[in-house]
Design a protein around this ligand. Structure first.
Ligand code: IPE
Ligand code: IPE
Ligand code: MG
Length: 244
């Protein structure tokens, strides 16, 4: 079962989720338009992705655009969609070189054709990557993802946490197992989940940074992973060395 994990250092690689928040405020504080913050945010993401494998991270899920972000001004939304498309094409070779497999998670029915092509290209070209599974959440809502997975359940199959996690991770399409989130990071000073990985974060260790996302560095990332390694995860139990 998903929470049936023994005490002590885990052998498996980490799953880190990141809510990359604060791009707009970073730009506004510098007197720049918000889109410049998103551009800088994409640079910050690139560095974090590069660092992830060196920190024993096997799965990295980054929140780039929530389903509720469609409610932003149309110009900001359009800029973000253009940025994703450009980013996807630009990063493919980097990903192949570094053994990174890229998946886009979320809804796809509201993207235009050119973005769908960029997604298909990125996923197909990188599908052999085995060093890091990078999942980029675009038009993503955890509650919608849970509803979609629930609709796939059929009563003739066993219904368990594990089966549900596999449905949610889209394992049957990708063949890649997505473990529960170990570390959840949110930059930008807010302490909320904003509909990100609600099921997968059931026992995640939470870390909040006051830095705006474009200021978040590989050093900040590695400091968080280091702090994580000192936390005691109990999964509801009492530590086996405790006197009862
Ligand atoms: C996160 O930064 C990126 C997206 C949500 C697309 P924001 O754009 O939310 O930046 P702030 O929170 O307004 O500063
Ligand atoms: C969450 O940030 C979504 C992303 C980082 C992509 P928001 O800025 O949209 O979240 P709220 O509105 O502050 O909760
Ligand atoms: Mg925000």
């Amino acid at each position: 079962m998903a929470n049936d994990i023994l005490f002590g250092p885990e052998q498996k690689k980490l799953h880190v989720g990141i809510i990359m928040d604060g791009n707009g405020r970073w730009a506004q504080r510098k007197g720049l338009p918000r889109f410049m913050g998103h551009r800088e945010g994409a640079e910050a993401a690139r560095k974090i992705i590069e660092t992830a494998p060196t920190l024993d991270v096997g799965t990295l899920t980054i929140y780039a655009f929530s389903s509720d972000n469609w409610n932003r001004p149309p110009r900001e939304v359009a800029t973000l969609m253009n940025l994703f498309r450009t980013y996807l094409y630009k990063e493919v070779n980097n990903c192949i070189r570094n053994g990174i497999r890229m998946s886009i998670i979320g809804r796809r029915d509201r993207f235009d054709e050119s973005l769908l092509e960029a997604i298909d290209h990125a996923e197909t070209e990188t599908q052999k990557g085995s060093v890091l599974h990078l999942r980029v959440a675009v038009d993503y809502s955890a509650r919608d993802a849970i509803l979609r997975a629930a609709l796939q359940l059929n009563t003739s199959q066993e219904i368990s946490r594990e089966v549900f996690s596999r449905l949610l991770g889209e394992e049957k399409y990708t063949g890649v197992h997505v473990p529960d989130v170990d570390i959840l990071i949110r930059s930008g000073g807010e302490k909320r989940l904003s509909d990100f990985l609600l099921w997968e974060c059931a026992y995640a260790e939470l870390f909040f940074s006051n830095k705006m996302w474009p200021e978040f560095t590989s050093g900040d990332f590695s400091e968080i992973v280091n702090q994580f390694s000192k936390r005691e995860r109990r999964f509801g139990r009492v530590h086996e060395t405790a006197v009862v």
